[in-house]
Ligand binder design. Structure first.
Ligand code: GDP
Length: 433
């Protein structure tokens, strides 16, 4: 029995997609527990570049099952489009994709409300992806959302529920933003989605629990990263769900006792998209250089990512919150041409060391990072065939990170391709596979 959580240890975009794709070969199921189609996992293989937003990337491996859990908010249009693009690449999801009957739905009015609300915020925009994800989670929490099971019920009943809800939303949108909602044809459009999705709908909590108790192996995949968690991240510059490992239990309907390991994914440096505090952010010129080398532009939105040094304070916080017992370091190759590398080992605030991650962005914006400078390796790691051949300075960098965080490094990644992924022998992570 194995249920291993894969969690982003930073602000998302750590390369989770690639890591999950690699690890999926040793698991029977890959399940997604939070977020919506704002996450964009990029996986490259056989010359194809796949951006998977909702369907767990385990689907790219023949015979593996992919689960979209109750904690995910689902835009049926996005899901159907993704299924179609997989079909075009010759990947058949029939009998392998399972959509939770308890997952909440996204409607076009969620997007419309989100765009209007972001515009109304002016300079204090959160920088959302405008896909209706936040408003759908708002409806879920205010107990007026519609779920996949509603879409699966009798058409007249769904029509009545949606019409009632759309009228309420329309009144709110007119009053708050002076805009009517576009709801014409909505019910019929969703009823068409219902028929397309029906064969994939399941009680995925029951399915997963049954599979795990039968000795099957499940990989539980989060979206975004720890610092974007709604409760523990840099609020309000966060996502609308629990991206931390606890979200795997609530979002999939699994008991905490069934989790057997937690792997945290971090880049060899740090990036973040959109606004919010970023203590180790690099000055423009340096960041630009790293951004080009690391191709740090959003997989879904194309937005340039802000770049900075590795932040051990943040990673220690992530390890504590998620129970990370093995770390995966990606994008090591992006530092191949870096003469000197800095790592933030502590924060000072008003001259004193900070023991804990501050809860408010005002303090985090004012912390002064304390850095250790390490030599770069100035050699290529991108075509490595064997991790033992890593340059000595790269090994020292990894050892420094592992010692500073008190956690093993179980895997490294030195390029975007599947082959540029190395499991380190003798680690916990290796023993989970
Ligand atoms: P995710 O949402 O955490 O899966 O991350 P993204 O897919 O948004 O971003 C990761 C990007 O980095 C993708 O374009 C990957 O192909 C790429 N990538 C992943 N690992 C590596 C690596 O080790 N080196 C390089 N150069 N690129 C990588």
């Amino acid at each position: 029995m194995a249920a291993v959580v894969i969690v982003g240890a930073q602000w998302g975009d750590e390369g989770k997609g690639k890591v999950v794709d690699y690890l999926a070969q040793s698991f029977d199921l890959v399940a997604r527990y939070s977020g919506g189609h704002n996450a964009g996992h990029t996986v490259i293989f056989n010359g194809h570049r796949f951006i998977l937003q909702l369907i767990p990337c385990g689907i790219l491996r023949p015979g593996k099952q992919a689960v979209i859990g109750a904690g995910v908010v689902v835009d049926p249009a996005a899901l159907v489009a993704e299924m179609n693009s997989l079909a075009k690449a010759g990947i058949d999801v029939t009998g392998r994709l399972f959509l939770s009957n308890r997952a909440h739905l996204i409607f076009p009015y969620h997007r419309q409300v989100e765009v209007a609300a972001e515009a109304a915020r002016g300079a204090s925009k959160i920088g959302t992806t405008s896909r209706g994800i936040g408003p759908s989670y708002e409806d879920k929490m205010s107990r007026r959302g519609l779920r996949v099971c509603d879409l699966m019920m009798d058409a007249a009943c769904f029509r009545e529920k949606l019409q009632h809800l759309a009228a309420e939303k329309d009144a709110i949108c007119r009053a708050a933003f002076g805009q009517p909602l576009e709801v014409a044809g909505l019910v019929d459009q969703y009823l068409k989605f219902a028929e397309r999705l029906r064969p994939f709908v399941a009680d995925t909590s029951a399915l997963l629990n049954r599979a795990i108790s039968q000795g099957k192996r499940a990989l539980l995949e989060g979206a975004q990263g720890t610092m974007l968690d709604i409760d523990h991240g840099t609020y309000p510059f966060v996502t609308s769900s629990n991206s931390t490992a606890g979200g795997a239990c609530t979002g999939l309907g699994l008991s905490p006792l069934s989790i057997t390991g937690v792997a945290g994914i971090t880049k060899a440096y740090t990036t973040r998209v959109g606004g919010g505090p970023f203590p180790t952010e690099m000055p423009d010129l340096e960041a630009n250089d790293l951004r080009q080398r690391g191709k740090e532009f959003g997989a879904v939105t194309g937005r340039p990512r802000r770049c900075g040094w590795l932040d051990a304070v943040m990673l220690r916080y992530a390890i504590q919150l998620n129970g990370i017992n093995s770390l995966v370091v990606t994008k090591l190759d992006v530092f191949d041409a870096q003469r000197e590398i800095q790592v933030c080992t502590g924060y000072r605030y008003k001259g004193s060391p900070l023991a804990e991650m501050p809860p408010d962005i005002e303090t985090l914006e004012k912390v002064t990072p304390e850095y250790r400078t390490l030599p770069g390796w100035m050699a290529s790691t991108s075509s490595l065939k064997d991790p033992a051949a890593l340059p000595a300075a790269a090994r020292d960098y990894l050892k420094f990170i592992s010692d500073a965080l008190g956690v093993e490094i179980g895997m490294i990644s030195t390029g975007p391709e599947r082959e540029a992924t190395f499991l380190l022998p003798g680690t916990k992570l290796a023993s989970w596979l």
